[in-house]
Write a protein that binds this ligand. Sequence first.
Ligand code: NZQ
Ligand code: ZN
Length: 381
Amino acid sequence: MDEFTFTYPTKVYFGEGIAQKVLKPELEKVGKTVMLACGGGSVKKNGIYDEMRGILEEAGKEIVDFSGIMPNPTYAKVQEGAALAKENHVDFILAVGGGSVVDCCKVISAQAKLDEDIWTMEYTSYKFPTEGIPIGAVVTASGTGAEMNSGAVITCEDKMWKGPILGTAPSFAILDPAYTASVPKMQVLSGAFDTLSHAMETYFGNSDQDNVSDDIALVVMRNTVVNMKRLLENIDDMQARGNLMWDSAMAENGMLKVGRLTDFQAHQIEHQLGAYTDCNHGQGLAVIHPAYYRHILKDAQEKFTRFAKVVFGKDTAEEGIEALVDFIRECQLPEKLSELRSNTEITPEILRKVADTCNIIKCGPRELDRDEIYEILVECI
Ligand code: NZQ
Ligand code: ZN
């Protein structure tokens, strides 16, 4: 194990109907003015917004509404939210949604306490925020695990860049599987694939043998696959949704990353693909992972063999990757770039730009060069 410090900033409340028990007492600990932040309308249709508003009113809060946070949240949306938070002297942000809403709020929280532009501060001065408006997250679509960390993934449209910005970790997170009941099937599965990807990306980073983080990652992968298969039988299986909700948090709350390096090269490629196409995150990963893994198979043969055995019950590294492909097909997730929802035609020129601008990870099984990343992307056409 490498040297590490591990702290947990987020208190998690899990279970059906849990918000009714815990949200009011949590709100009693925070100031009077609360920003109620949500996405493009799903929570207004399914009643979660009204439920949250009711609890906020019961707690005597003044509510500042902030809605319309889009999937793949933009930097412009962050700035809009931060301006609103400053103008209204917001004391607390309640983020109600999936990873996009939670991420946007993490950065709103930090930006609202800063005079300087947070992107410039982090990317050009390499300084990071030390304070923020406290946040709570009510998760309505699981998969990213965004509710238990301080990192956000934001699209800076003018820079053609989708990448991490450090914000504020939620002080509490409410995980109610029933809140995910209305999530469309494809989003449920692409979100869960994102969870699988987080555990795989962590596991395939460099680490010493037999460390516990590797073992936990494998178990999270296996459990994610098992429960995704249960959902293929019955998409309304709430027990499976609950299991996946906790898998999602486990995969990205830092626990699997303790004492080791991580890979996350597939994520870096997908994020830049997202910057150019606005594609769905989990779906983009489903397309990229198999092609990427075929490229690095020989660089982590032993790890791939173990992955094959534990996650898919196969004997060889090669069979493990093909089992992943079959699983993606079984879930009806996209296998090719042409199947992704995109706001632009995905041409070889676009893929060249993605390859030329994405982050390159140095601690994966092997450091790729930009031509190989382009090759991987072309194999996904
Ligand atoms: O916007 P609304 O109308 O709410 O609809 C959303 C959205 O269209 C819908 N949805 C959410 N809850 C729902 C629901 N629809 C019906 N019923 C509900 N209960 O689902 C759609 C997708 O939501 P989104 O939040 O975009 O999905 P997800 O949770 O997959 O988040 C994706 C974002 O998180 C980033 C991704 O890059 C992407 O921007 N990630 C964040 C990470 C982190 N902070 O740790 C790690 C990840 O690797 C990832 O990069
Ligand atoms: Zn992800």
